[in-house]
Ligand binder design. Sequence first.
Ligand code: PLP
Length: 229
Amino acid sequence: MLAEQLQEVEKRIQDACRHAGRNRSEVTLIAVSKTKPISMLQEAYREGIRVFGENKVQELTDKWEVMPKDIQWHMIGHLQRNKVKYIVDKAEMIHSVDSLRLAETIEKEAEKKHCIVKILIEVNMAEEESKFGLSARETLPLIERISRFPHLQICGLMTIAPFVENAKENRIHFAGLRKLSVDIAAKNIDNVNMDILSMGMTNDYEVAIEEGATMVRVGTGIFGERQYF
Ligand SMILES: *Cc1c(COP(=O)(O)O)cnc(C)c1O
């Protein structure tokens, strides 16, 4: 069943790319495996998935321990500063940097572990109260400061769009994130790269791809509904 769902997601990604005149290779599918058991991750792995997304530090490190080492783990959830030390050398990328204090903590832990950490800046495009992330206005000033951190590499922007009935309603937020990234790229800040736009989830990844997403984070569409206890 997972194999079929994965095929369906892959087909829809390809269709969205074709529709947008983009190459499939421009879009990375992150399989969001949060709350799902190892057996399901193994099944996805057997189907060829090598990029997984998790939103909790403990869960990411637990799964990192037991899964094959050629997997890239993306930390996509809100990150508490006291947990940074557990993942700096395990996560391929941290998608959820939204404050100077968090960036400072990642910098310090990365220095200790002698690694460079790739990060995205999380922007709350819809300015939803309930969500983490910076406003669009706050994004450039924070990036300018973080760009001076030698152990952090800013690779782009991430957003979590609102839950909407009609995915097209989120087009404005995806287009807005893309415009913001183009504006920031034009500043040519040292050590800042705007190649990655992490946007689009199960309900809206096709629209996100049409608007320039280079990473889509799909959980339910691959693994089925999550159950929270
Ligand atoms: C859970 C989660 C996803 C995946 O959501 P689905 O709707 O299941 O595809 C994507 N991004 C983030 C940040 C998440 O927390």
